[in-house]
Design a protein around this ligand. Structure first.
Ligand SMILES: C[S@@+](CC[C@H](N)C(=O)[O-])C[C@H]1O[C@@H](n2cnc3c(N)ncnc32)[C@H](O)[C@@H]1O
Length: 477
């Protein structure tokens, strides 16, 4: 169990000096004569110190510089306070250190808590915000949902920054897509515009403890303005070397689908291809079929699930039966469930027909592909061509019946293509794929998918290059 002041619980992973310098260098300090700076969770103080250095090196004569600094941890707060008091670091600078919870302070000031600061730099804590959390009721109301502490910090800081004020934040990339962050994204893009994004390719930055695996970004925002272009930069990790840069139109980063916004960070693939991929696609229901998560939830239906077959059992395909895009069924493992009892109460969960294209919801993190699909030919595993899918599987079907063979194989080729996987990585840092993601990626028209399926079936070549060449040819890229 974690203690209340446990460093992991408080996310005490400190931004290295070079990254702090990079973050403060992004900020435009020429706009205001008075600087009112906020660091809502200063930790060891690296970000604040980099920002002070930035101001000192600028030779601008500011009328006033004030720093408002929050940190929940007593030891960190008092040690940075002592550092500022005993050195020349904050000479001629007004500063206030609050050894307090920044979010509770923000809440306590409502409604007089807006437009207080000109600049903020933050590397906020991250952990899930649940309904039982202290902040939930006040922060997550009127349809706004802040699923994680880092989103709550960013939201509060955005509120407190003045018009044209700037924020630079080092945050996980998870807010860029997914339903949970949908209202947060809307709020973020309504309150501010994105000036730049830096993406770390590595999911394992050295200053994080073992076990923390997530892609993160440095997000540079300006409040209340609209920027037609966004600067993008990329580096492998926190060493920021080598760096790659590009400048893109904001419409190629901020995408609208339905009434939801997504933030998509273009990576290696050529921009024209991305747009083409995005523009030509449809939702499964527009193509006359459905995409669903397998309805069998192991822990709920355990009494009807079997490792070994007895009479009247039907195959159960779960995430554990997929290895390297191949179906390994039945599993010889003594713990993997392979069958479902064919009882009337489970009839509604049953899928009927011969070919099903399925996608595994989880991919091993070392696998360069996030979307891994395969075709299940039920005639090979069930005399009656009936099957059950477990909850870690996404399945394409029409009213729980199979699609045609050519369409199924077309889906398989398209979803496994390098293009779709690059595209997926642009907007998701997760190893997990959900239905919402697949709907966002979209699918080509049925005749194109069928063409892909036919070309694949004709040649029966398994190579990735061949599958990619089919998709490229049919999509006319
Ligand atoms: C990821 S660390 C980053 C620290 C520092 N900003 C940096 O970049 O090195 C997050 C910091 O937030 C502090 N913290 C966690 N919850 C807080 C809260 N509710 N209010 C203020 N600080 C908090 C933690 O103690 C920790 O020092």
């Amino acid at each position: 169990m974690r203690m209340l002041n446990d460093p992991l619980r408080l996310s005490q992973f400190f931004t290295p000096g070079n990254v702090s310098d990079y973050m403060s260098a992004l900020i435009d300090i020429n706009k205001f004569q008075e600087i009112h700076f906020l660091d809502p969770c200063f930790g060891s103080g690296n970000l604040t110190i980099s920002f002070i250095d930035r101001l000192r090196n600028s030779e601008i004569n500011f009328k006033k510089i004030s720093l408002t600094l929050f940190e929940l941890d007593d030891k960190l707060a008092s040690s940075f306070k002592a550092r500022l008091e005993n050195t020349n670091l904050a000479k001629d600078i007004h500063y206030k250190i609050y050894n307090q919870d920044y979010l509770l302070n923000f809440i306590s000031l409502i409604p007089n808590n807006e437009n207080m600061y000109t600049h903020a730099i933050l590397n906020p804590p991250y952990s899930k915000l649940t309904k039982s959390s202290t902040y939930w009721e006040t922060l997550c109301n009127n349809g706004l949902i802040l699923p994680n502490l880092y989103a709550a910090f960013l939201y509060a800081v955005l509120k407190q920054i003045t018009e044209k004020g700037e924020i630079v934040a080092l945050v996980p990339r998870s807010f860029c897509n997914g339903v949970y962050f949908s209202s947060f994204r809307k709020e973020l893009l309504t309150l501010s515009s994105i000036k730049s994004i830096h993406l770390f390719d590595s999911r394992r930055l050295k200053f994080w403890p073992r076990g923390v695996l997530q892609e993160s970004v440095i997000l540079h925002l300006e409040k209340g303005t609209s920027n037609p272009i966004i600067s993008l930069s990329f580096s492998q990790d926190e060493r920021l070397q080598p760096m790659q840069y590009s400048i893109v139109d904001q419409s190629s980063v901020i995408r609208m689908k339905g009434d939801d916004f997504f933030i998509q960070i273009p990576t290696e693939i050529d921009m024209n291809n991305n747009s083409a991929l995005f523009e030509q696609t449809f939702q499964p229901n527009e193509l006359g079929f459905e995409v669903s998560v397998g309805p069998i939830v192991e822990f709920r239906m355990r009494a009807n699930l079997r490792i070994k077959s007895t009479n009247c059992d039907l195959p159960l395909i779960s995430g554990k039966h997929i290895k390297n895009r191949k179906l390994v069924w039945p599993s010889i493992s003594k713990s993997i469930l392979n069958y479902v009892r064919d009882v009337p109460k489970l009839n509604d969960f049953k899928f009927r027909g011969r070919y099903f294209c399925i996608v595994s919801r989880f991919s091993p993190k070392e696998n360069p592909f996030r979307i891994n699909s395969l075709v299940v030919d039920t005639s090979r595993i069930s005399n009656s061509e009936q099957v059950f899918f477990e909850n870690h599987i996404i399945v394409f079907h029409r009213n729980k019946r199979s699609l045609s063979k050519k369409l199924t194989f077309g889906l398989y080729v398209y979803l496994n293509s390098t293009f779709v996987n690059y595209f997926f990585k642009q907007f998701s840092g997760h190893t997990q794929v959900n239905i919402h993601d697949l709907k966002y990626i979209g699918l080509p028209a049925v005749d194109m998918l069928e063409k892909m399926g036919l070309l694949y079936l004709k040649s029966n070549q398994e190579s990735q290059e061949y599958a990619d060449s089919i998709v490229k040819a049919v999509m006319k890229w």
